[in-house]
Design a protein around this ligand. Structure first.
Ligand SMILES: *[C@@H]1O[C@H](CO)[C@@H](O)[C@H](O)[C@H]1NC(C)=O
Length: 289
């Protein structure tokens, strides 16, 4: 019945060997967990930011932002469109109701748009800008204040640095030739200093044309996913297609506070449909109203 001694010995030997290996593994695992939890050891993680390269216009940063309580609204996310100029699109920045509200506020007060005369600093009529528009006073009502607060949050520039919202209307054939938003005269920078950034919000979709074009943008602007939908004018640079509720933010000044010539931009002629937009210019300092 009793097994021969020589057959028992190796089995006891191997079982104690396994116990040793097992306890060693447990000890190692425990040590690893301890090191990671103490932050001494870093586990490799796939960083999505590493995949991002400046001037690669087709690379997209997508981040879902928290939805506002109770309101029906489409997904909100910010897309980086260019580093030179620094430009971002905040999708579904305004609701359809907010867009319609702004259009209806402005509609009775629309007049032919003017441009600033580079020599005198005064407003003048111009063929380079054929739209019509009106300014809504800053803080005009609760809805406007709410939108202005949202713009301040998006740009990290205080509400007090903003000019009033300018609502613009472009009919078929109307456009705004490429220009800079910053000033080259003394007159216009007395109140608030230089314009540092612009937020341009599309209040309607446009069937064809009406893109915002940056002809001096650096990078391969034909690589944008919407390239085939652009008008001839839109293909002359990096272009953003108008979409109701979307907000385009671009900077007229670089982080070193010098003016950024790559912020040159224009409104392409509307080919089909009509375009309503509104613009908020942000200043370096407080803009007194
Ligand atoms: C720009 O992008 C387009 C579309 O992705 C590509 O066909 C073209 O070769 C690119 N041009 C350059 C100069 O990289």
């Amino acid at each position: 019945m009793a097994k021969p001694k020589h057959s028992r010995l190796p089995s006891r030997k191997s079982s104690s060997y396994y116990t040793l290996v097992l306890s060693f593994t447990f000890l190692l695992a425990f040590l690893l967990i301890l090191l990671v939890s103490l932050g001494i050891l870093n586990l490799p993680s796939s960083s999505r930011r590493d995949a991002h390269v400046a001037n690669e216009l087709n690379s997209i940063v997508r981040s879902t932002l928290d939805k506002r309580d109770g309101e029906e609204r489409s997904e909100q996310w910010v897309e980086l469109v260019s580093w030179e100029p620094r430009a971002f699109v905040y999708h579904n920045f305004l609701t359809k109701e907010e867009c319609e509200y702004l259009i209806n506020l402005a509609r009775p007060h629309m007049h032919k748009s003017t441009v600033v005369d580079a020599e005198t600093g005064k407003s003048k009529d111009s063929r380079v800008r054929t739209s019509s528009g009106t300014f809504l006073p800053r803080g005009r009502d609760k809805i406007v204040r709410n939108i202005e607060k949202r713009i301040a949050d998006f740009t990290f520039i205080p509400v007090e640095h903003g000019e009033g919202l300018q609502v613009l209307h472009y009919e078929v054939g109307q456009k705004y030739e490429p220009h800079y938003d910053y000033f080259l005269d003394e007159f216009n920078t007395k109140n608030g200093g230089q314009r540092i950034a612009t937020v341009l919000i599309y209040l309607t979709d446009v069937e064809e044309g009406g893109e915002t074009v940056f002809p001096a943008a650096k990078g391969n602007f034909s690589s944008v996913p919407w390239w085939n939908d652009l008008s001839e004018c839109g293909k002359k640079g990096l272009s953003i297609k108008p979409k109701m509720g979307d907000a385009l933010l671009f900077w007229s000044m670089k982080p070193d506070a010098s003016l950024d010539p790559s912020s040159l931009h224009g409104g392409c002629p509307v080919i089909k449909g009509n375009k309503w937009s509104c613009t908020k210019w942000m200043r370096v300092s407080e803009y007194k109203i």
